[in-house]
Design a protein around this ligand. Structure first.
Ligand code: 13P
Length: 258
């Protein structure tokens, strides 16, 4: 983390877990446990049907609600999809874009770019995901792959909007596997991402960009990961489903840094 230059963000990604009733119960539990003092930014990205319950429960807190996906089109014949204006109207502040689980369902880099542009236009904070597979890591092309994903995801974003983007580095081999990247491995790629952003948008924007790590981050390993200079937070799956674990990660992010 580097709080002098950029925001720290601890975001949960619930994926396809919890019903609206369970969301209400979880938020009530979470609210009672949230640290009182210093705060990093906190978000919970939940299934679409849980957004109203989450927004209602978190209304009087500083926890932002996010969606896990969005359609880039403004409106129309897209059965089953949800637009940016719907998310904004429902009270969302964040949206996850390009998660590897969605890319595996056919989402392309062009889709990720279109969704990112649409989210920024609507005033949402896009949490744009990138990450390599185990095969790509083992064949030594991680940095090249990530550069390409970032360049395509951030194409045509104006200088005035780039600082709103959060990038999440999520190595696919670490997601849901319990196999976390070491702090050094995660730092290496997050630093590389900042370098790519520097080339594209200049050093001030790169220095101000929040880049988070995701992939089996939990209450046991968050502190060490967050101690890395280029890791400005976490995108947390499994551990965000358990209030005590999620709160412990927030507490770790609130620790003073050197
Ligand atoms: P896990 O924390 O369950 O590995 O999931 C990470 C992730 O995909 C967050 O978006």
């Amino acid at each position: 983390m580097n709080r002098k230059y950029r925001k720290t963000l601890i975001a949960g990604n619930w994926k396809m877990n919890k019903t609206p009733s369970e969301t209400k119960a979880f938020m009530t539990e979470l609210k009672a446990m949230l640290p009182k003092g210093r705060w990093c930014d906190i978000a919970l990205c939940v299934p679409s049907v849980c957004i109203p319950a989450a927004v209602r429960a978190l209304r009087d807190t500083r926890v932002g609600v996010g969606a896990e996906n969005v359609n880039a089109n403004a409106s129309g014949a897209y059965t089953g999809e949800v637009s940016t204006s719907m998310l904004v109207d429902a009270g969302c502040k964040y949206v996850i874009i390009g998660h590897s689980e969605r890319r595996a369902m056919g989402e392309t880099d062009a889709d990720v770019n279109a969704k990112t542009l649409a989210a920024l236009e609507a005033g949402l904070v896009p949490i744009v995901c990138c990450g390599e597979s185990l095969e790509q890591r083992e064949s030594g092309i991680t940095e090249e792959w990530i550069s390409m994903q970032i360049k395509l995801a951030l194409a045509n974003i104006g200088e005035d909007k780039i600082r709103k983007v959060v990038i999440a580095y999520e190595p696919i081999w670490a997601i849901g596997t319990g196999k976390t990247a070491t702090p050094e491995q995660a730092e290496e790629v997050c630093q590389h991402i900042r370098g790519v952003v520097r080339k594209l948008f200049g050093s001030k924007n790169a220095r101000a960009m929040t880049i988070v790590y995701g992939g089996s981050m939990n209450d046991k390993n968050a502190f060490e990961l967050l101690a890395q200079p280029d890791i400005d937070g976490g995108l947390i799956g499994g551990a965000s489903l358990v209030a005590e674990k999620f709160v412990k990660i927030i507490e770790d992010a609130n620790q003073p840094t050197a």
